[in-house]
Every structure is written in structure tokens, then in C-alpha cells.
Design a protein around this ligand. Structure first.
Ligand SMILES: CC(C)(COP(=O)(O)OP(=O)(O)OC[C@H]1O[C@@H](n2cnc3c(N)ncnc32)[C@H](O)[C@@H]1OP(=O)(O)O)[C@@H](O)C(=O)NCCC(=O)NCCS
Length: 151
């Protein structure tokens, strides 16, 4: 089905509910509805949803932008919809909104090959390791960067 990316606001309750459900399906320490609502409402917060023509959410991206730096918190795609370019669509949409001076940072579990592959495909590079950053289960984080002078 055709997918497009929507910017989600704090008032988009139906989209935020689907995003909350999708996140609990995809990762071990999921955000609550209220956390997504806050991120979608506050200045600098970004929530993007990949939706079909019936507004069914197949994936989302959350980030925060402060001055010339953005941090991607999470990108997730429904398990039934992976490897169809939806993660790429979300990331490209986010990258297309960046100004020249901006750089993006993110942390990802060291064992998360699909996510690291997605970020590397779109020009992110590994700049370091944060030892023991994650719990449940305990794991190091790979720090990745897009833009700026390091990559
Ligand atoms: C990571 C994730 C968002 C990728 O979404 P997706 O829609 O399947 O990604 P795409 O189809 O756009 O794939 C883009 C690229 O990512 C990489 N990739 C995606 N899935 C992969 C996998 N299972 N193994 C290796 N590389 C993979 C590939 O480089 C791929 O390009 P290709 O298809 O040309 O080979 C998805 O696997 C997911 O939701 N994972 C669980 C949540 C998560 O871990 N999020 C990251 C937290 S930081």
C-alpha cells in the first residue's frame, strides 16, 4: 500500500495511540502515550508517522531539535511491514527538513544490525561507543552522527 509521512501533533490522538501500540510491539522499554503526546506538542519535538491512505500507522520516527543539533530517539516499523523502505522513507523525510549547519546524533544498541544498517545507508557514521548504556538487557550503545565535520 502507498505510504506517506505525516508530522504528528499533540492533538492527533488516533495517530498517537497507534504509535504507542506500535512502540510496545517493537522495543523493550516503550514510551507511554503521554510521552509521545509531549514530544509531539513541545517546541523542538518531532514525531513523524508513516501512514497508508486510511491513516493506519506502519512506522514512526521521534526526534528533538535544539539549535543546530538534532537527536533521533527512535525509529520503528511494524514487524509485518519491514524491508519495504518505510524506515528509509521516515529517515529521508526527517533529513530533508534539516538546514545546512545541522548535525544529528543517535544511540543504537550495538547488536541492532537492522537499525545500524538503515542509518549507515543514509549517511550516518559510527563515532563511538557508550559502555553499558542500555538495560533490559544490558548492552553498549553505538553513537552515530550525520553531518557536521566528523563524518
Ligand atoms: C530498524 C527498522 C526501523 C528498519 O525499518 P525498515 O522499514 O525495515 O527499513 P528499510 O526497509 O527502509 O531498510 C533500509 C535499510 O536498512 C538496512 N536493514 C533493514 N533491515 C535490515 C535487516 N534485517 N538486516 C540488515 N540490514 C537491514 C538495510 O541496509 C536496508 O537497505 P536495503 O533494503 O536496501 O538492504 C526496523 O527493523 C525496526 O523497526 N526495528 C525495530 C525497532 C528498532 O530497533 N529501531 C531502532 C532503534 S534506534
Amino acid at each position: 500500500m502507498m505510504q506517506r509521512v505525516k508530522r504528528v501533533g499533540g492533538e492527533d490522538t488516533a495517530l498517537l495511540e497507534q504509535i504507542t501500540q506500535l512502540e510496545s510491539l517493537c522495543i523493550p522499554n516503550p514510551w507511554s502515550y503521554e510521552m509521545f503526546e509531549l514530544e509531539a506538542s513541545r517546541r523542538g519535538g518531532v514525531v513523524l508517522a508513516a501512514v497508508d491512505e486510511n491513516d493506519i500507522v506502519s512506522g514512526f520516527l521521534t526526534a528533538q531539535q535544539i539549535l543546530d543539533t538534532a537527536d533521533i530517539n527512535n525509529v520503528a516499523v511494524h514487524p509485518d511491514c519491514r524491508r519495504q523502505g518505510i524506515g528509509s522513507l521516515l529517515l529521508q523525510e526527517f533529513l530533508s527538513q534539516l538546514q545546512d549547519a545541522e548535525q544529528i546524533f543517535l544511540e543504537v544498541r550495538a547488536s541492532n544490525a537492522p537499525a545500524i544498517g538503515l542509518y549507515e545507508k543514509h549517511g550516518f557514521c559510527r563515532i563511538g561507543i557508550r559502555k553499558g548504556y542500555y538495560t533490559n538487557p544490558a548492552e553498549d550503545a553505538v553513537i552515530m552522527q550525520y553531518g557536521g565535520t566528523t563524518c
